[in-house]
Design a protein around this ligand. Structure first.
Ligand SMILES: [Zn+2]
Length: 255
């Protein structure tokens, strides 16, 4: 690492839980972010801030005025622009040393395998179950870990999944098949508090870092299948274990 990079990441390097080895790993990592909205924005800020050197950003939406209340990387000048491209522009301005690719597309069953192919971890902060399940199934098949971060009103859920590994659950083990056909984009109807979704996005970034640092430094304990549930109203945080479903259509024996 060059002196200016050492200086930039000095507060990580001095942390025993990350260290120089951990920072070097982050700087050699590729994260695919799905959904550049309320979760993806702060997650991207912290992952780019951590020096994750390759970032692939996937979103087919455009920035709207009503996004600015919580989607922290966008400004009024971005309204009408594709979110993936505006987010990539943010990364380039923030740290030109990072490589960023924008895909203005909806990730689905037909393109998921290509889009996540060489990721070290996929962080899914998208807004619907059909996409989440397609992404999860593609991650299991490709052997790519998945960080899932979601928010429903004041309840946040963050977990790391490794359904490709023996005995570990995938995201589909957790939610089942019930939502496959539905689009659950409910923010417009139910509302969402900006700071709450920001907390979930930051938590998701930290969960993804735990995956990247596995085997490198002590923060690298991915806690596979452990679902962290944030209740923003109390507020409180609890964890529960997601068991692998032997009949799962995502990671089960039918694959
Ligand atoms: Zn499964």
């Amino acid at each position: 690492m060059t002196p200016d990079r050492l200086d930039r990441f000095a507060r990580h390097i001095v942390l025993p839980e990350v260290g120089a080895m951990g920072q070097a790993r982050l700087a050699a990592s590729h994260v695919v972010l799905i959904g550049m909205g309320g979760i993806g924005s702060p997650a991207l800020q912290y992952l780019a801030g951590a020096g994750v050197s390759r970032l692939t950003l996937i979103d087919d939406d455009v920035v709207e005025a009503s996004n600015l209340q919580r989607q922290t990387i966008y400004t009024e000048a971005d309204i009408g622009k594709a979110k993936a491209e505006a987010a990539a522009a943010w990364v380039r301005a923030f740290d030109p040393a990072l490589a960023v690719i924008a895909h203005v597309t909806r990730i689905a069953r037909d393109n998921a395998a290509d889009l996540i192919a060489d990721a070290d971890v996929v962080l899914d902060g998208c807004d619907n179950f059909a996409t989440r399940l397609a992404v999860s199934d593609a991650c299991v098949k490709a052997g790519v870990p998945l960080t899932s971060a979601a928010l429903g009103r004041f309840q946040g859920q963050v977990a790391n999944f490794a359904g490709h590994r023996e005995g570990e659950a995938c995201y589909r083990c957790f939610v089942g098949d019930a939502f496959d056909a539905e689009d659950c984009d409910t923010c417009a109807d139910l509302g969402v508090l900006g700071a709450m979704v920001g907390m979930v996005g930051a938590f998701g970034a930290m969960a993804a870092m735990r995956v990247l640092l596995e085997g490198v430094s002590t923060l690298g304990d991915p806690q596979w299948g452990q679902l962290h549930v944030l209740d923003g109203l109390k507020p409180s945080l609890r964890a529960m274990r997601i068991a692998r479903d032997p009949e799962c259509n995502g990671c089960g024996p039918t694959l």
